[in-house]
Design a binder for this molecule. Sequence first.
Ligand SMILES: NC(=O)c1ccc[n+]([C@@H]2O[C@H](COP(=O)([O-])OP(=O)(O)OC[C@H]3O[C@@H](n4cnc5c(N)ncnc54)[C@H](O)[C@@H]3O)[C@@H](O)[C@H]2O)c1
Ligand SMILES: O=c1ccn([C@@H]2O[C@H](COP(=O)(O)OP(=O)(O)O[C@H]3O[C@H](CO)[C@@H](O)[C@H](O)[C@H]3O)[C@@H](O)[C@H]2O)c(=O)[nH]1
Length: 440
Amino acid sequence: MTKPYRMTVIGSGYLGITHAACMAEAGHEVLALDIDAERVTRLNNAELPIHEKDLGGLLERHVASGRLRFTTSYEEAGAFGDVHFLCLGTPQRSDGFAADLSQLDAAVDSLAPHLVRECLIVGKSTVPVGTAERLAARIEDKAAAGVRAELAWNPEFLREGFAVADTLHPDRIVLGVRSEHAERILRDVYAPLGHEIPYVVTDFATAELVKSAANAFLATKISYINAMAEVCESAGADVVRLSEALGLDERIGGRFLRPGLGFGGGCLPKDIRALWTRAEELGAGSALSFLREVDAINLRRRERVVDLARELAGGVLAGRKVAVLGAAFKPDSDDIRDSPALAVAAALDRQGAVVSVHDPVALDHVRKAYPTLNCAASASAAAQYAQVVLLLTEWRDYVELDPEELGTAVAERRIVDARHALAADRWRAAGWEYRAMGRP
Ligand SMILES: NC(=O)c1ccc[n+]([C@@H]2O[C@H](COP(=O)([O-])OP(=O)(O)OC[C@H]3O[C@@H](n4cnc5c(N)ncnc54)[C@H](O)[C@@H]3O)[C@@H](O)[C@H]2O)c1
Ligand SMILES: O=c1ccn([C@@H]2O[C@H](COP(=O)(O)OP(=O)(O)O[C@H]3O[C@H](CO)[C@@H](O)[C@H](O)[C@H]3O)[C@@H](O)[C@H]2O)c(=O)[nH]1
């Protein structure tokens, strides 16, 4: 490494904590900031507020070494960093499908007046195309007189559950830059990650769009296979074998072709909506109108599971006891943002079912966000006297469940495997009525 940088990471959420810890691992001096004082105190005590494999170890090591600290002070951040990474949330707005950029705007407004010397500000959040250009003007406007603060855009592609590995070994690094100076600094910052990583160096707009386009492609692939699941269901075909066969064609590839309950989380759903909304604003809406269908197919998956649960419960949900296995939007994460599992659980609850939810790590979030759902301490506790069991997030613990053992807890041996995660034959052999969308 040429030299360790002094850098800040603004926003210490799923992305920010990971980026900060991985930059410390790469040898840099990192000060991460968040407006949530309780979170900052916990992080300074090396307590990880999220569930993410390998991140706890990195946090402990680098807090102990002093290479990673957390603060709530923009004054301290402005004085500390030569490079400032923006890792703020960009959720869906409450009044429509556009991205809410208020966290980014507030962070820039807070940081810029405290900058004391020339520095590079680097956006990592996922944003609608055009945001970087707007923020660059905002920074110029708000920065202290005589301080040159250049902006770059460097979108992040990490997946939750694999966040550390994806950050330390990225498939590619995309740099939206306005100068060779900015490119040089960022290549230097990432040099400790290795020299084999492909770089794509481009303008702001392309860098922003690469990220939105990647997520839209992944979402489209998932909805494509789920649309085929609908057809398979009508035709009596098997979507799991269909997906396997499609994936063996190298031009198609099997990744992101797992049919089931569809995509959720804090990224794919809001990012496709923000993308088509931005395209409409730019007058290119018809090019991306298919993304509305991608979204609609995805949301139909949730309704289909509710319908199957009703069918298995004998045509009515009111008063029926339903066990929901899984609350996180995917395994190995505690993130419940736009979780398909919880959307199903909440719909069942609204229709009068008595819903009992289990998840290995996400129950604290469930209790806060869905106070009317019952949270059970184990899968078998959730299944106690259940008339229907729904497997909605494919945690390994659930894949390894013993159908005989679970069968002793339930009132009726009926299960919907909404993630195609179980061995159907094994469950049927144990006397369960086993249903999975798009499989005979
Ligand atoms: N989560 C992921 O896996 C992932 C991966 C790639 C890209 N992204 C993108 O990264 C961005 C961040 O996502 P996230 O999942 O980490 O969100 P998050 O909500 O977990 O984190 C945002 C953090 O910013 C803090 N914050 C809010 N306003 C602030 C302010 N004014 N100053 C300082 N801190 C402030 C919040 O308290 C929170 O801790 C989003 O644009 C997202 O689309 C996320
Ligand atoms: O074949 C598949 C693959 C995924 N999913 C679902 O899709 C959702 C998203 O999964 P995944 O993409 O693995 O999780 P994220 O952590 O949300 O990561 C996505 O969103 C991030 C934030 O933008 C990007 O950085 C990542 O590259 C992108 O994969 C989850 O609900 C999965 O259950 C499926 O239903 N079928």
